[in-house]
Write a protein that binds this ligand. Structure first.
Ligand code: BGC
Length: 394
């Protein structure tokens, strides 16, 4: 790097109270920022190439407090999340693949991916907005799932490293043209992943449009706090800050009802093992092949970050707490993992080997006027934050 640029970069980071070193060489980027608490750094390498030659980069965020997170520009996918257990031993706690080809060929489970424009299902792939009916691709018969056939999880995002005072991150940007997957309006989406010094992954979502449209962005990471590839998550204790959920029909579209969880296998208001009631002959569990439902979060405020879920794995002592500004969270117990995919560490994934907790507006909201609105209009800014916070029990 030109020495002037190098000193400017150092000056900028210096102003942020961070001692920084930035070195860019052909194809790789390495930046480190050290503070009294430890060293945080961003590295970049080439993860692979798409068939058309597009380069997919991988950003490795390290926080100097035992956590390392890898993000790839294809789908904005969180590839790995290494987190220490109570004794300080790290394990990768998210499901994924070790190479790009597998993500491109098989990402029907949406491992770690950014989901857009619309997280979860829209009934029959159809909705009406301001009197106009829009038809989306039917990729989960008879519905449209996770933004359609070529959702945001299948695009290569532009990426810029981001340095904070004691954080490192990567800002991703994607412009989805008017009519993309049937959705109206040019949607400009920005998602920033930040690894904090306190072992949190913060995800800031932002979007604007030039025509009225609907938006519901989320991330589809699957977690196994004992370590990816170590078995199922049935023993993980789950707490959900939700007294109500949205029951679904046999195609997993909400009926429109908002039902209490009390007295059902959907009551996670006290920490309960995920597997404890998963085989009960409850109609909703049968429809979902397990848990695959949106929970209505108890909220004290309309839009501030509040605790949505907390998951504890006893043997490792790892705890994942999820804070969000969203009204809902989809709890999916990995029901459709079917032993056909081999994950990052070379182990095959079976049903229930990971769970997803996707912070979101409710599925099929455009067809349910009683659900919080997902409409975004020109001049408005869609902005929402979710934090995946890791800690350990003693
Ligand atoms: C959906 C599931 C789906 C999974 C992977 C979840 O968000 O609710 O039904 O199988 O994503 O696509």
């Amino acid at each position: 790097m030109h020495p002037l640029l190098k000193s400017r970069a150092a000056a900028v980071l210096g102003r942020l109270g961070v001692v920084a070193l930035l070195v860019v060489t052909a194809g790789t980027l390495h930046a480190s920022a050290s503070s009294a608490k430890g060293a945080a750094r961003i590295d970049r390498d080439v993860f692979g190439h798409l068939a058309d030659g597009t380069t997919v980069y991988r950003y490795t965020l390290t926080n100097g407090h035992g956590m390392r997170v890898r993000i790839i520009t294809y789908g904005g996918i969180i590839q790995t999340v290494e987190v220490p257990d109570r004794r300080g031993h790290p394990a990768n706690v998210t499901l994924g693949f070790d190479n790009l080809d597998d993500y491109v060929a098989n990402n029907s489970p949406y491992f770690g991916a950014l989901i857009g424009r619309y997280g979860n299902r829209i009934a029959n792939g159809r909705f009406t907005l301001d009197g106009v009916t829009y038809q989306l691709p039917i990729n989960n018969d008879p519905n449209s799932l996770h933004g359609g056939t070529v959702g945001f999880d299948k695009h290569v995002w532009d990426a810029t490293p981001v340095h904070g005072r004691d954080t490192v991150g990567v800002k991703l940007r994607l412009v989805s043209p008017d009519g993309d997957q049937g959705y109206p309006g040019t949607l400009t989406a920005e998602v920033t992943y930040t690894l904090t010094a306190s072992n949190g992954i913060r995800i800031d979502y932002r979007a604007t449009t030039d025509k009225a449209t609907v938006v519901n962005l989320t991330n589809h990471a699957y977690w196994n706090l004992a370590g990816e590839g170590t078995g199922d998550i049935n023993d993980h204790l789950l707490y959900l800050n939700a007294k109500r959920y949205t029951p679904v029909d046999s195609t997993l579209i909400p009926t429109g009802a908002i039902d209490p969880v009390a007295g059902t296998p959907f009551d996670f208001t006290k920490p309960t093992a995920i597997g404890k009631r998963i085989r009960e002959s409850h109609q909703q569990l049968i429809f979902g092949h397990g848990y695959d439902h949106n929970f209505v979060l108890n909220r004290k405020t309309a839009h501030k970050l509040e605790l949505a879920a907390r998951v504890t794995e006893a043997r490792s002592g790892r705890v994942l707490s999820i804070y969000t500004e969203e009204p809902g969270i989809q709890f999916y117990s990995g029901n459709f993992l079917d032993a056909t995919l081999v994950g990052t560490s070379g182990k095959m994934y079976r049903q229930g080997d990971g769970f997803a907790l996707e912070t979101q507006h409710f599925p099929d909201s455009p067809n349910h006027p009683n659900f919080p609105s997902t409409v975004l209009r020109p001049g408005q800014v869609y902005q929402t934050t979710t934090i995946y916070q890791f800690s350990t029990t003693h």
